[in-house]
Design a protein around this ligand. Structure first.
Ligand SMILES: Cc1ncc(COP(=O)(O)O)c(C=O)c1O
Length: 364
């Protein structure tokens, strides 16, 4: 019998109960957006000028060619040809991992809280998500994580640094987890979307563990979120499996050329990472003076504990009225007292701190 679903045909079973958050529209563009961990400083004008010269008719009329970017990334990562796959955002690399490795009825291990799409993809591909909680000081339960990597698990995916907690799992622990995953034929995916805000990386270990995949993004430190480009590096067999599930020519030609320019001008990233670290110091000092706690972070965002001064939902609303968007309130375990703020350069963080201060003293 044909299933019906309102006026349109019903989608496949797993999608019927799956909820997706709508993507933001133009209404948000007039705000200072400290809620999506985007770059908060314009790319340098000389760099934009360079990108402008990339657009030619040939670029637009041809299907994309990525050989030069692959070669540059392989050199940059120290891996052989065939060990990298470009994806339209690192999110697409996550989806490809679920698509290629997770079957209905199998298990996927994720941190909770973490990047929201991991549980969406687990549901979409019919997996049971095994969620590893954090303790009160936002350390993940590593014993439970180790104990959860057993037969039936196909994918363990860990954002490192994690989002929204900003926490890091140490390299030694990741190496141990990679070994455990290997023993039960599971992939360990380490999502380094926030590299190099944290310089810690496990990339070199892909040579040691054929089941290790490392994901990177051009959206965060590189500042190219609008171009939708990321990549995954892993053993070439694993990469071939991911290649099979991607849509054809899924990464666009302009993004490919712009990424090449970023890799050739590392100061565009390095200067921004330095500015964000200085901005974090400004925000921390100002917030602490207001009686707010800023959790340590290895990324370009931080959790602020605000409940001693204001209800988090109320604070988010007051900041919105003042033209600033931040993330919250959270429903995830342990996160209710916090809001998440994208970090930026010192002048922006000082301006945000002024607005935060006025929002805190507003009479309810
Ligand atoms: C941990 C993590 N992974 C992946 C992504 C997706 O990044 P991209 O823009 O490369 O798809 C995000 C975006 O916020 C993220 O926080």
């Amino acid at each position: 019998m044909t299933a019906t679903h309102g006026n349109a045909p019903a989608p496949i079973e797993v999608l019927r109960s799956l909820e997706r958050i709508p993507e933001p529209g133009e209404a948000e563009q007039s705000f200072v957006r400290l809620h999506r961990n985007e770059r908060q400083q314009p790319l340098p004008e000389w760099f934009i000028e360079r990108l402008r010269t990339i657009v030619t008719s040939e670029l637009l009329t041809s299907y994309p060619v990525a050989d030069a970017l692959y070669a540059e990334l392989e050199r940059h990562l120290g891996v052989d040809p065939g060990w990298v796959l470009l994806t339209p955002g690192s999110d697409a690399a996550t989806k490809a991992l679920f698509h290629a490795y997770v079957e209905p009825g199998s298990d996927a291990v994720i941190l909770d809280p973490s990047y929201a799409m991991y549980s969406v993809y687990a549901e979409m591909f019919g997996a049971r998500a095994i969620r590893i909680p954090f303790d009160e000081s936002f350390q993940p339960d590593l014993d439970l994580l180790r104990a959860s990597i057993v037969s039936g698990v196909r994918l363990v995916i860990l954002a490192n640094p994690n989002q929204p907690t900003g926490t890091l799992i140490a390299e030694d622990d990741l190496v141990e987890l990679a070994g455990l995953a290997r023993a039960c034929d599971a992939v360990l995916a380490v999502d380094e979307a926030y590299h190099p805000f944290s310089s810690q990386t496990i990339v070199q270990r892909v040579h040691e563990f054929p089941n290790l995949a490392v994901l990177r993004s051009f959206s965060k430190a590189s500042g190219l979120a609008g171009l939708r480009l990321g990549y995954v590096t892993a053993n070439d067999e694993l990469i071939r499996s991911l290649f099979k599930v991607r849509s054809v020519h899924d990464v666009n030609a302009f993004a490919i050329r712009c990424a090449l320019e970023v890799l050739r001008a590392p100061e565009v990233i390095d200067d921004y990472v330095t500015a964000v670290q200085a901005g974090e110091d400004v925000l921390r000092a100002r917030a602490e003076a207001m009686g707010l706690e800023v959790l340590p972070t290895a990324a370009n965002f931080a959790l602020l504990r605000v409940d001693a001064r204001c209800d988090p939902a109320e604070l988010v609303a007051r900041l919105r009225q003042r033209g600033y968007l931040i993330r919250g309130p959270f429903t995830a375990p342990g996160l209710a007292p916090y809001v998440r703020v994208t970090l930026g350069p010192p002048d922006l963080m000082a301006a945000f701190a002024d607005v935060l201060e006025s929002a805190l003293v507003e009479q309810a």
